[in-house]
Design a binder for this molecule. Structure first.
Ligand SMILES: CC(=O)SCCNC(=O)CCNC(=O)[C@H](O)C(C)(C)COP(=O)(O)OP(=O)(O)OC[C@H]1O[C@@H](n2cnc3c(N)ncnc32)[C@H](O)[C@@H]1OP(=O)(O)O
Ligand SMILES: O=C([O-])CC(=O)C(=O)O
Length: 370
């Protein structure tokens, strides 16, 4: 038995949800480049869960369900008010999502029908939790979700407490489409491992949130913004990056296990970052990001991943960086739950082996003789 570090190149499951072949990302056979400019997030989530794009009545029914489920139990909001205001937002989200299970009587109902409802419910409730967390951290009261509006619009409405502008809603909606699923990434794998023990969907999504939090995965988008803030100006980019590379430090938002010639999602976010900067008459963050990309690609051959330009996109939308990874979680809930449903459909416990490298033939010595 020989271990492969990080399971690189190991095919661990079959899946018909999303694929990455020769650098092309597809959801259920639809190219991400097509979906990014044409599909809404609700259509995308439907596609991931049910395998085809919805008809008008199917989409309307989904939108009605998402609206009907968007409120979260008042006990969960009360618990969230007790979290320290300085708590890591992903740690807080992980706790809140775990708590949702306590108030769902169907949490352990393992029928396909019940699990599909819980997938839609989680998708509806997680944006409400993230917006509530953000407001509670600032000492503000959470804003209740509105009926009949998209997830992107509702989220920004609950976050800001006022009707968001159409440009912000469209930009967030496109970002949600781009982040929705990504084959067997670390958080999706974590969710599948958890539910393959026949544990419940809430446990699967809670595990996934824990995995997404790390800076080598979803947490990179917040880390990119911290770096941009630390750099501070276009002139400071070059010396900062050169010094970081000399110290052999990683540059967040660059590199990818699967894409070696670039992440197809990054160009969409790059364009959005440029457009938002131009619209707001301030392209500093975009210009700094482009300069960083030139230096990193030039010196290391590494390309930006989905987390790089999303940082400047969200900041230009007026969203604080502590919410970047939770927003990733809002989107990826669609992918996680689609994978969980797929895992339940044809389940076998996921239990690989480890190559043992420890000591051999030890003999027990009583404690007072050691
Ligand atoms: C949504 C997402 O999860 S997208 C990824 C988000 N994560 C990040 O942006 C964090 C920064 N990037 C990374 O840490 C890595 O590129 C990962 C985690 C994405 C992929 O990791 P791996 O597939 O294990 O790549 P690995 O670490 O083997 O990288 C190969 C080489 O490129 C280097 N490298 C990879 N990424 C970077 C980076 N961002 N900055 C500097 N060097 C890097 C590695 O140090 C390694 O060099 P070496 O061969 O001299 O040791
Ligand atoms: O696939 C990965 O390893 C990470 C990634 O880009 C994602 O989850 O979107």
């Amino acid at each position: 038995m020989t271990a492969t570090k990080g399971l690189e190149g190991i095919v661990a499951t079959t899946s018909s949800i999303s694929s990455i072949v020769d650098g092309v990302l597809t959801y259920r056979g639809y190219d991400i480049d097509d979906l990014a400019v044409n599909a809404t997030f609700e259509e995308t989530a439907y596609l991931l869960w049910f395998g085809s794009l919805p008809t008008t009545p199917e989409l309307q029914a989904l939108q009605r369900d998402l609206s009907a489920f968007a409120e979260v139990p008042e006990q969960v909001i009360a618990q969230m008010k007790l979290y320290p205001k300085t708590a890591n937002t992903m740690a807080a989200l992980r706790s809140a999502v775990s708590s949702l299970a306590l108030y769902d009587e169907a949490a352990d109902d393992m029928s396909r029908e019940a699990n599909e409802i819980k997938a839609v419910k989680l998708q509806a409730q997680i944006p409400t939790l993230v917006a509530a967390l953000a407001r509670i951290r600032k000492g503000l009261e959470p804003v209740a979700p509105r009926e009949g509006v998209s997830i992107a619009e509702n989220f920004l409405y609950m976050l800001w407490g006022k009707q968001p502008d159409i440009i912000s809603v469209k930009a967030l909606d496109a970002a949600l489409v781009l982040h929705a699923d990504h084959e067997l990434n670390a958080s999706t794998f974590a969710s599948r491992v958890t539910v393959a023990t026949l544990s419940d969907i809430y446990s699967g999504v809670t595990s996934a949130i824990g995995a997404l939090k790390g800076p080598l995965h979803g947490g990179a988008n917040e880390a990119v913004m911290k770096m941009l803030e630390e750099i501070g100006s276009l002139e400071a980019v070059e010396p900062y990056i050169r010094a970081k590379l000399e110290r052999r430090e990683k540059i967040m938002g660059f590199g990818h296990r699967v894409y070696k010639n670039g992440d197809p999602r990054a160009k969409h976010l790059m364009k959005m970052s440029q457009e938002l900067g131009t619209m707001k008459n301030n392209t500093t963050l975009y210009d700094m990001s482009v300069k960083i990309e030139e230096l990193i690609t030039g010196q290391k051959g590494l390309k930006p991943n989905v987390d790089f330009y999303s940082a400047s996109v969200y900041t230009q939308l007026g969203i604080e960086r502590e919410l970047f990874t939770p927003i990733f979680a809002i989107s990826r809930t669609s992918g996680w739950t689609a994978h969980i449903l797929e895992q339940y459909e044809d389940n076998r416990i996921i239990r690989p082996r480890a190559e043992y490298t420890g000591m051999l033939e030890q003999k027990y010595v009583p404690v007072d003789e050691r």
